[in-house]
Design a protein around this ligand. Structure first.
Ligand code: FES
Length: 898
C-alpha cells in the first residue's frame, strides 16, 4: 500500500512551485545513487548522506507498511523489513548499505503469504492498535523462512527488538505459532468469517488485515496535494524568561514556506481540557514552564527542511532555576510555575464516619509512606496531525486524538473560528492510553495551514512526543489502615501529593480518582482522604490508563497484607473477609450494586494462589464512566445507504481497544442485521459528541447509544417486512445519558459517584529459584464479554503494562528534562521479558451496561503491581514502598529460604 491521499484537497498553488514537490529533500551534489531490488523490482534512488532505509522506503517509494515509531533509535521494531531475507530495523540502517541487496516490505510479500500471516494475526486477536504489527509481520515472514517450526521461546527470542504497547505479546505469539502451523500444513488457514457477528462472538477486528499488513493509513501515512511538512521548535529550558525569538535565519533556509509564533495566534493562546493554562506558543517576555513548550512552528517543503529550520530559530533566554519537586513547590515562598496562580492546582477531600475514633479503637494499625513513578505512555505512534484548508476559511483536520469534538472545541477557541468551520475527522490511532486526550500539535498545524494556504502535516519525533504529552502522575502517599481483632477493616486515612507538572491537563481529576479509590474494593466504615495536585516545571502529567487508581492500589493492597499478618490471616483470607458486598459502601460512599463478580474473581484465582509457593494477590475496582459529577454521554447513528450498505457513526476514538468492532457487534445484535458491507466513521460533521474516550467508558456509552439507534431501525425494518432497501436514506440516531453522579464529598444519604464499576483479582507467581515473575493470573468481571478475544486482549495488554509499572518502567527526570527517553531505557517489557499471562473472564451482568458489559480498558493493571509486591514479600520478606521495584527486574532477588 502506498501513501493515502486525502480527496478534495486540490487548491490553487499560489505559494511556490516547490510546494508541489514530494516530501523528499531535493537531490544535490552530495546525494549518492543506490541500486537495489525492492519488492521484486530493480530500483535506484539518489539518497542524502545519512539517509536511512526507512526514509527512502517511505519518502521516495511511498511505502507505508514500515512505520516510524522511534527513528533513528532502531529500538521498537515498527519499521522492520526484510533485507536479503533477514528482518532489519530500517530506521537504523543507512540506505547505502542495501546497495545490490534485496529489500522486501509487506507490500512485496506474495499475496498468499500476506493472507496467511495477516489472517493468523487477526484470528488470534494479535492486532490491537496495529501500529507495531506490520513490523511483526515482516519479522514473522523472515523467521518462518528460516525456521518453519519455532518453539514459543524461539519466537520470543526472535522478537527481541520489537515492542508492542497494546497486546502483552500473548496473542502475537499465538499468531506466529498458528502461522507456522498453517505454513507447515498442520492447521487450516483461518477464515475471517462474519457468519456470527453478534454479541459474545469472536468477530475479527474491524479492518484487522489492513492494519496487520500496514495498509491502513495512520495520519503520518496520509498526504494531500500541495502538502507541506511542519516541525516545532521546543523550549531549551524548563523555566526561563524568553527575551527574544528571532525567526529571520530560519526563514532564509531554502524550502521554508512559513513560520508561526505566538504573534500569529488570533484566538485564545491558552487551551486545556479543564483549565486553560497551556499555551500553544510561549511569547517573548513570558516564562517557559517545561521543555515541551512550543516556541515556534515551521512549514517547509519537506520534513527535513522544516526540522532544520526549527533549529535555526534563535531564542534568547534568561534561565531560571526550575521547580521540579512538588514538596518544594508547595512551600509558602516557592516561586510560582504560573505567575497568575499558586502552585497548588487542586485539593480533593472527603470523609466518612469518625476516623479518629476508629483508629483509637482498632486492634491493629499499619502505617507507611509510598511513592510511585512518572510513567510514559510510549504508544508506538507518535502524535501527528494534518490540517487541510477548505473553501471560505474552513479547515479540515485529521486527528488521532482521543476526542475529536474536544479537539474541535479547543481549535475553535484557538483559531477564533466557529466550530462549524472546523471538521475534525478521526484517523484511528496507534495507541493512546490517555496520552492523546490533550491537544498536542493540532493548533500549531492548523495555524501553519492557514498561514500557507496549503495542507500541512506535522508529526512529532519520539523525543518531542515524550517532552510534550502528559504522563502518569507520580504520587507520594502517606497511608494508615486499621482493622479489628478479627481482621475486619475499620478505617483508612491517607494523604496524597501528586506532581502534575507544568500544566493542569486532567491532573485534578486524576487525584480526585486516586482519592476516590483510596479504599479500593473493600468495605471501610471510616475514611478520611486528602489529595493535592501540584504544579512543577516537569513535563505535564494527566490521563493514563488507570487514572490514579493504580497508585492508590499499590499502597493500600500492601497494607492489607500487613494487617493480615498482625491478625493471623493470609492475604487471600483478608480479601475474602473485607471485599465489598451488595449494598456496602465504596470509598466516597456509593452503595455498590451488582458487585457479586468481585468475590467471584477472587474465587477464580484461589486454587492457583494457594498452589504456588511464592504468590502475591491483589484485588481491583475501577470506575466506568467519568462520573464524580460530570455528565457521561454516548451518541451513535446508523445510516442506511444504497445497496444495503451501512455506515455506523459514533463519537469516540478507536485506539486499538476494538471499539469499532464491538460497536458493530452490538449493532448487529440489536437490529438483527447481518454484518454486510459496513463502514465505521468518527467525524465532527455527524454531531455525535460523546466527549473524550476515557474512563473505560467507550464500550458502555457508545454501546448503549447503538442499542438505542438499533431498536429504532429494527422497528422500521419489521414494518418494512425485513426489506432493508426500503429504509435506504434513513438515519437512526441513538443516545445514552448519565447525568446523576456527584463529586466525592457530596453530602447525601446515598451518593452515586459512578455509573458502574469493573472488578478484578490478580495473582503474581514467582519462580521459586530466581524470584522472577513467571506467571500473572488475571480474573476480571467484565459483565458481558461483547467480544471475548478483544476483551482478553485488553486485559493481557493492561497486565503487561502493569508488570512494567511494577518492575521496570520509569521516565526519569533531571532538572525538568527527560533523561532516559529512549525506547530501550524507559523500561517497557519486551516479549522475552514478559511472563505467561492467563486471563479468566467472569461475567456478572451490569444493568447499566450494553448487554450487561462493563468497561475493561483500564482495570487490567490496577491490581498487578501490588500482586507482584505481595509475591516479592513472600519471597524475601521485604515490603516495597517505591515503584518501580527494579531490584527484581535487574537482578534476581535472593530467596530468604536459602
Ligand atoms: Fe502493538 Fe498497538 S498493537 S502497539
Amino acid at each position: 500500500m502506498t501513501t493515502s491521499e486525502v480527496p478534495g484537497s486540490e487548491r490553487d498553488d499560489t505559494t511556490s512551485a516547490a510546494v508541489s514537490s514530494a516530501s523528499v529533500a531535493p537531490a544535490s551534489a552530495s546525494t549518492k545513487s543506490v541500486a537495489f531490488e525492492l519488492n521484486g523490482q530493480s530500483v535506484s534512488a539518489r539518497v542524502r548522506p545519512g539517509e536511512t532505509l526507512l526514509q527512502t522506503l517511505r519518502d521516495r517509494f511511498d511505502l507505508i507498511s514500515p512505520k516510524d515509531g522511534c527513528s533513528p533509535q532502531g529500538q521498537c521494531g515498527c519499521c522492520v523489513v526484510k533485507v536479503n531475507g533477514q528482518g532489519v530495523t530500517s530506521c537504523a540502517m543507512k540506505t547505502t548499505k542495501v546497495e545490490g541487496k534485496t529489500v522486501v516490505s509487506n507490500e512485496g510479500l506474495s499475496e498468499a503469504e500476506r493472507t496467511l500471516i495477516a489472517s493468523c494475526y487477526v484470528a488470534t486477536g494479535g492486532v490491537q492498535c496495529g501500529f507495531c504489527i506490520p513490523g511483526f509481520v515482516s519479522r514473522t515472514s523472515a523467521l518462518l523462512d528460516r525456521n518453519p517450526d519455532p518453539s514459543r521461546d524461539e519466537i520470543r527470542k526472535a522478537l527481541g527488538v520489537h515492542l508492542c504497547r497494546c497486546t502483552g505479546y500473548v496473542k502475537i505469539l499465538d499468531a506466529i505459532e498458528l502461522a507456522a502451523k498453517v505454513k507447515r500444513g498442520e492447521a487450516e488457514l483461518p477464515v475471517l468469517g462474519v457468519d456470527e457477528p453478534g454479541v459474545g462472538k469472536r468477530l475479527p477486528r474491524y479492518k484487522g488485515s489492513q492494519y496487520a499488513l500496514g495498509d491502513e493509513p495512520y495520519v503520518e501515512d496520509m498526504t494531500a496535494q500541495g502538502m507541506l511538512h511542519g516541525a516545532v521548535r521546543l523550549a531549551d529550558h524548563p523555566r526561563a524568561v524568553v527575551k527574544r525569538i528571532d525567526t529571520k535565519a530560519a526563514l532564509l533556509l531554502d524550502g521554508v514556506v512559513a513560520i508561526v509564533t505566538a504573534a500569529d495566534v488570533v484566538g485564545a493562546r491558552r487551551y486545556g481540557l479543564i483549565e486553560q493554562d497551556w499555551p500553544s506558543f510561549v511569547a517573548e517576555g513570558e516564562t517557559t514552564s517545561m521543555v515541551g513548550d512550543v516556541m515556534a512552528a515551521v512549514a517547509a517543503v519537506d520534513r527535513y527542511t522544516a526540522r532544520e529550520a526549527a533549529k535555526l530559530v534563535e531564542i534568547e533566554y534568561e534561565v531560571l532555576e526550575p521547580i521540579t519537586d512538588p514538596m518544594q513547590a508547595m512551600a509558602k515562598d516557592a516561586p510560582q510555575v504560573h505567575a497568575s496562580r499558586g502552585n497548588l492546582l487542586s485539593t480533593t477531600k472527603y470523609a466518612r464516619g469518625d476516623v479518629v475514633q476508629a483508629f483509637a479503637n482498632s486492634a491493629h494499625v499499619v502505617k507507611e509512606s509510598f511513592r510511585t513513578q512518572t510513567i510514559e505512555h510510549l504508544y508506538m505512534e507518535p502524535e501527528a496531525c494534518m490540517a487541510v484548508p477548505r473553501d471560505a476559511g474552513k479547515l479540515q483536520v485529521f486527528s488521532q486524538g482521543q476526542g475529536v469534538y474536544d479537539d474541535r472545541r479547543q481549535l475553535g477557541r484557538a483559531l477564533a473560528l466557529a466550530e462549524t468551520d472546523i471538521t475534525v475527522t478521526l484517523v484511528s490511532n496507534g495507541g493512546a492510553f490517555g496520552g492523546k486526550e490533550d491537544l498536542s500539535i493540532q493548533v500549531q498545524t492548523c495555524l501553519l495551514a492557514q498561514k500557507c494556504g496549503h495542507p500541512v502535516k506535522l508529526t512529532l519525533s519520539r523525543d518531542e512526543s515524550i517532552r510534550i504529552h502528559p504522563k502518569r502522575h507520580p504520587i507520594w502517599m502517606d497511608y494508615e489502615v486499621a482493622c479489628d481483632e478479627k481482621g475486619k477493616l475499620t478505617a483508612v486515612r491517607t494523604k496524597m501529593i501528586a506532581d502534575t507538572g507544568a500544566y493542569a491537563s486532567v491532573g485534578a481529576k486524576v487525584v480526585e480518582r486516586a482519592a476516590g479509590h483510596a479504599c479500593g474494593a473493600y468495605a471501610v466504615p471510616n475514611v478520611s482522604v486528602e489529595g493535592h495536585c501540584v504544579y512543577t516545571n516537569n513535563p505535564p502529567n494527566g490521563a493514563m490508563r488507570g487514572f490514579g487508581v493504580n497508585q492508590a492500589a499499590f499502597a493500600l493492597e500492601q497494607l492489607i497484607d500487613a494487617l493480615g499478618e498482625k491478625v493471623g490471616l493470609d492475604p487471600f483470607e483478608m480479601r475474602e473477609l473485607n471485599l465489598l458486598r451488595e449494598g456496602e459502601r465504596f470509598g466516597p460512599g456509593q452503595k455498590l450494586r451488582n458487585c457479586a463478580g468481585l468475590l467471584r474473581t477472587l474465587e477464580a484465582v484461589k486454587e492457583q494462589y494457594y498452589g504456588a509457593k511464592f504468590a502475591g494477590i491483589a484485588c481491583g475496582i475501577k470506575n466506568v464512566g467519568i462520573g464524580n459529577g460530570m455528565i457521561d454521554v454516548g451518541r451513535a447513528r446508523i445510516d442506511v445507504l444504497a445497496g444495503g450498505k451501512i455506515r455506523l457513526g459514533h463519537g469516540m476514538t478507536e485506539m486499538g481497544q476494538g471499539l469499532h468492532t464491538v460497536a458493530l457487534q452490538m449493532m448487529c445484535e440489536s437490529t438483527g442485521l447481518p454484518l454486510g458491507e459496513v463502514e465505521v466513521e468518527v467525524c465532527t460533521d455527524d454531531d455525535l459528541d460523546c466527549g473524550m474516550t476515557t474512563a473505560s467508558r467507550a464500550t458502555v456509552l457508545v454501546g448503549n447509544a447503538v442499542i438505542d439507534a438499533g431498536k429504532k431501525l429494527k422497528n422500521d425494518l419489521e414494518a418494512a417486512g425485513g426489506d432493508l432497501s426500503q429504509l435506504e436514506g434513513r438515519k437512526y440516531r441513538g443516545e445514552f445519558l448519565c447525568d446523576w453522579t456527584v463529586k466525592p464529598g457530596t453530602e447525601a444519604d446515598d451518593p452515586v459517584t459512578h455509573l458502574s464499576f469493573g472488578f478484578a483479582a490478580q495473582v503474581a507467581i514467582l519462580d521459586e529459584e530466581t524470584g522472577k515473575v513467571k506467571k500473572l493470573l488475571a480474573a476480571h468481571d467484565v459483565g458481558k464479554a461483547i467480544n471475548p478475544t478483544l476483551c482478553e486482549g485488553q486485559i493481557e495488554g493492561s497486565v503487561h503494562m502493569g508488570l512494567g509499572y511494577a518492575l521496570s518502567e520509569e521516565l526519569q527526570l533531571e532538572g525538568g528534562f527527560p533523561k532516559n527517553a529512549t525506547m530501550r531505557k524507559i523500561g517497557v517489557l519486551r516479549a522475552h521479558e514478559t511472563p505467561e499471562i492467563e486471563v479468566i473472564l467472569v461475567e456478572e451482568p451490569e444493568p447499566m451496561g450494553p448487554f450487561g458489559a462493563r468497561g475493561v480498558g483500564e482495570i487490567g493493571l490496577v491490581p498487578t503491581a501490588p500482586a507482584v509486591a505481595g509475591a516479592l514479600y513472600k519471597f524475601d520478606g521485604r515490603r516495597r514502598t517505591v515503584l518501580p521495584m527494579r531490584d527484581n527486574y535487574e537482578k534476581p532477588a535472593r530467596s530468604k529460604s536459602k
